[in-house]
Design a protein around this ligand. Sequence first.
Ligand code: FES
Length: 266
Amino acid sequence: MKAGVGAPTRAQIPERTLRTDRWWAYPLSTGAILAFFIVYATARIFMNNYYWAPEEHYLTPVYSPCLSASCVPGSSHFGTPLPEVPPFLPMAVVTFVILAGFRGTCYYYRKAGYRSFFLAPAACAVPEPHRKYTGESRFPLILLNAHRYFFYGAFIFGLINVYDAVLAFHGKDGGIGMGLGTVIILINLVMLWGYTLSCHACRHVVGGRLKHFSKHPLRYRYWTFVSRLNARHGQFAMISLFTVIFTDAYIMAVSAGWITDLRIFN
Ligand code: FES
């Protein structure tokens, strides 16, 4: 038996959709952005190079923390517990799994991905091409429910990014200094924390499973704060995607010597 709009109990309309607006613009543009990010991130993690600018102490978030014995000197702020990695394998595999897992299972990106890549559905009142609907109750989509655990990982990585940002206040002649890269890293840090703290799983961690907020005033405060951010989660998701790419591209360019970091002082 047909399901969805094709079900026998639904009105049978010959047109694919009665919408006359440009409903396809959102899934098309979002799909193009996500596809670009996937290609960029894949190329970047296999590069295994240009992730650390030694004079400025800039470490790209894509390779942070650098935990392999293959990491260039100075870039491993937390030691090298992982062995050397052959050049054809990504040394940032731990970072990649956590961060890609966090974004890949994010409720916002799930919506974006379903609309843009699977057309399920592409937009409201536009029927999807699939005949069956099983939701996220079966393998492999049931794995998306691991989002909360990726959130815990991303939270720890966020703290590591704070540490990296502090180190980016390094003067070229020693002591404290600041360059354009420091500013870019800080902006990215704010966006990453906006994205992480506005996560739906975070909202549940701080305010879920409570019967009475009145008995937990502190958690109520956190929950109110996170709820405000949560309303903008989609914006944080998209903006932080661009800030991560831009930060990584800038540090790559400085590290490779393609550009010189613009110094604000020292
Ligand atoms: Fe998007 Fe958690 S829902 S990061």
